[in-house]
Design a protein around this ligand. Structure first.
Ligand SMILES: C[S@@+](CC[C@H](N)C(=O)[O-])C[C@H]1O[C@@H](n2cnc3c(N)ncnc32)[C@H](O)[C@@H]1O
Length: 360
């Protein structure tokens, strides 16, 4: 019997989550909502392999007629009381020997109730049949990390009550043991890899690789796509400590899946140490100067980065960049996806070299 699942995502990449669900034959997509993809699956174990999603949950109830008035709280409490929490916990492959239960709620639009009121209304009803204590976030409470995690989301007049499948959100990658300021959210890096169409690529390069997220996610996406010999994955950064983080993370990723061919080196992205046309794909999340300042040659002219990306990219290559609004000269935009990330709205742009020679 198919299970109704909900993948949570960064706003803007919902269509890519749907693509990954279809491509990996994980299930049948039933709809996209704000930050959510609803789908049916018969592969509960496979859910944990989703990389573009922030989190994945099993839906326990869809509740219609949720208005903006406070009556919605009673309606949600009744739905929580009537659902079969034990069945869902079994489906998620978990026991009830947990450190209590917590609920996290969110909604789109203005409402005459708060997220905490939703959480408390639903949490109390879920906790009772499961025989678990409910940990409220009201009054600044912080549920224990080991608590069973439920979620309520409301968009329009429809709510879903759902149970997280994994012990922690999927975006918290086990490989990411070392981090740097401005490091990329892994599902966004996975979305960049999805857009880069990596099948058949020989060399994938990130000239400002930081903690290595784009290349590690590229490696993982090839694996889940069932790629043969994966590409060479070359990461450069101006900052040796960022490269140390990247190498540590790659080692951790390789313990999980040992086939990756990573190479890391200190280099200035204003002078990338590879020959012209030698990269089939470039994945890049440049230093925009908000969280991470451009250093070295880029400090004077960020345009140098794009000239170099254009130089190293093969004629039929693709660059996928997480960029602020400016699309670099000398590139044609194949696809652009605006995402919401830490209060900003950058674009994931898929770029192809325009023309044959003269840069810029
Ligand atoms: C936004 S961060 C990249 C984060 C990375 N995608 C990650 O997931 O950790 C930008 C990176 O550019 C690097 N950087 C700054 N100036 C550079 C330069 N001239 N050449 C190469 N890297 C540079 C910084 O050290 C930083 O690691």
């Amino acid at each position: 019997m198919a299970t109704f699942a909900v993948a949570r995502a960064v706003h803007g990449i919902e269509p890519l989550v749907a693509t990954e669900i279809r491509r990996s034959r994980l299930g049948v997509v039933r709809g996209l909502r704000h930050r959510e993809v609803w789908f049916e699956t018969a592969d509960e174990a496979g859910l944990l392999g989703l990389r573009t999603a922030d989190d994945v949950l099993l839906a326990a109830a869809v509740v219609d007629g949720i208005g903006c008035e406070r009556a919605a709280l009673r309606r949600l409490a009744r739905a929580a009381r009537e659902l079969d929490a034990h069945r869902l916990v079994r489906l998620a492959g978990r026991g009830v020997d947990r450190d209590g239960l917590e609920v996290s709620a969110s909604f789109v639009g203005r409402r005459n109730y708060t997220r905490f009121e939703i959480e408390d209304a639903v949490g109390a009803e879920l906790a009772r049949p499961l025989g678990l204590p409910y940990h409220s976030r009201g009054d600044g409470g912080r549920p224990p990390r080991e608590a069973m995690s439920w979620r309520v989301t409301i968009e329009g007049d429809q709510a879903v009550i759902a149970l997280r499948v994994a012990d922690r959100p999927l975006h918290r990658r086990p490989y990411k043991t070392a981090s740097i300021r401005g490091t990329l959210h892994p599902p966004v890096a996975a979305a960049m890899a999805e857009l880069a169409r990596l099948e058949g690529a020989g060399t994938v390069l990130d000239p400002c690789c930081g903690a290595g997220t784009t290349l590690i996610e590229a490696h993982a996406s090839m694996e889940t796509a069932g790629g043969a010999a994966g590409p060479r994955l070359l990461g450069f950064d101006h900052d040796p400590s960022a490269l140390a983080a990247a190498a540590a993370n790659a080692r951790a990723a390789l313990r999980l899946s040992p086939e990756g061919r990573f190479g890391w080196a200190v280099a200035d992205a204003g002078r990338i140490p590879v020959p012209d046309g030698s990269a089939d794909r470039v994945l890049v999340n440049p230093p925009w100067g908000r969280q991470v300042p451009p250093r070295g040659l880029l400090a004077a002219d960020l345009g140098l980065l794009w000239r170099e990306v254009r130089r190293v990219l093969a004629a039929d290559g693709l660059a996928v960049a997480l960029a602020d609004d400016v699309i670099p000269r000398g590139f044609a935009v194949e696809e652009a996806l605006r995402v919401s990330l830490s209060g900003r709205h950058p674009v994931i742009a898929v770029l192809r070299k325009r023309g044959r020679s003269s840069p810029g």
